[in-house]
Design a protein around this ligand. Structure first.
Ligand code: HEC
Length: 108
């Protein structure tokens, strides 16, 4: 019981501190922007960018992407796919996991 109270207090502290550090941003979103996924897939993942249209980049909000497993998404990011470059040497496994985590939050 006592540990639950402590855990609750820790959680509240984390939530209270979050707004100072850009609370609304998922850690994967920052990586997404810094790795320039936005060039093709756009800020919101809808692939509505000149490069995205030219290369036929997939909408990250699409049904196809939603149906894929985390491992499949991670493999596409690491190894690339068709006209999408591979990011396996530029990003760590943890960074790619966070990217997948962020893609999961996108709404169609
Ligand atoms: C140069 C343009 C480009 C960039 C930059 C890019 N992508 Fe893509 N991406 C594509 C294209 C094109 C496809 C569609 C591939 C296909 O035809 O299946 C795609 C597909 C995907 C898919 C769907 C995978 C699948 O197997 O269908 C995911 C997830 C994805 N990209 C994530 C990312 C992430 C995360 C980044 C940044 C680390 C990124 N992309 C950067 C062009 C790009």
């Amino acid at each position: 019981m006592k540990s639950r109270v402590i855990a609750g207090a820790v959680l509240l502290t984390a939530l209270a501190a979050a707004p100072i550090a850009r609370a609304d941003e998922h850690p994967g979103q920052k990586i997404y922007r810094e790795a320039r996924c936005t060039t093709c897939h756009g800020e919101t993942g809808d692939a509505d960018t000149p490069a995205g249209k030219r290369l036929d980049a997939r909408k990250l909000t699409s049904e196809e992407v939603r149906k894929m497993t985390d491992a499949q998404l991670g493999a596409s990011i690491a190894k690339g796919r068709q006209k999408m470059p591979a990011f396996g040497s530029a990003l760590s496994d943890g960074q790619m996991q966070r990217l997948v985590g962020w893609i999961r939050t996108l709404e169609p």
